[in-house]
Write a protein that binds this ligand. Sequence first.
Ligand code: SF4
Length: 328
Amino acid sequence: MVNLVWLQGASDTGCTVSFLNAEQPDVVQMMRKFGLNIAYHPTISPASGTEVIGILNHFARGSDRLDILVVEGAVQLGPDGTGNYCLIGEKPFKDIVQELTRVAQYTVAVGTCASFGGIPAIGSNPTQATGLQFHKNKKGGLLGASYVSAAGLPVINISGCPAHPDWIVQTLEAALLGKLDNLQLDEYQRPMDFYGEVAHQGCPRNEYFEYKMSSKAFTEPGCLYMYLGCKAPFVYSDCNKRLWNRQSSCTRAGAPCIGCVQPNFPEETLPFFEFKQLVAQGIRRTIFYMLSCVTLKFASPKRLGATKPALGCIKDACHLLSMKFGRR
Ligand code: SF4
């Protein structure tokens, strides 16, 4: 039997919903096939109150082996480092996380909040929310840069708001099969299998992107990059290949990628629906991009529905210049 404890700090339970939506394998298959014992999960466990405290203390004392600790949600250190903004029973959540990470064979941070701080850590961050081993894109967080679990691994981060169901269960499956040590991680300690290429790969709007044919409204065919601020060319995840509910992705549904897996999400990618990446890079690159838009628009194939390319070029140029000089 493999014991798993799932803790939840500052979050909206979105990653739990994702976990429960998993189907390759689903949660019940993981329990039956791999002998997974979910000793505690705040949403699905029948235990409550003192019984939960008893379970957590049982593992913290080492009375049973804690194989996998999953943390969902940011850890709030405030006020003044006491952690009293987030308590389980009478104990700060941060202390419970520290106790269990000392004994856990593997520690997995699920979601951008647990990985990097996420939405709870934005702005002035009054609750001092942080991730388990990162604060935004800086190593440290609650546990510090040098933390390793009992099996000798750092926190495995599965970022995303929420994380894709496959990313969660296939990472847990690797732990259950004793293969977590073989996972190749990126600089933010995320499995390269899921975060190894840009989210733009696999988007069905790629041909529009190549010919700079852009949607101006969420419902239009075309690339969502220039007018609607799609962040996918700069964001690392396989969202457009793995698909959500096995059939869709943000860009397939007409919504630009907002970069929810990024360490500095959401500040890094705000405003979500504005194209700011290129125009932030200087006038020469902006002019070069404008010229390439002109060339590619005239070269675009008829099947993409190109009409009046000259007019389109003028509109794109006006849009880029207004983004650049702030006259929108
Ligand atoms: Fe790439 Fe986004 Fe355009 Fe799709 S909509 S082609 S992901 S930039």
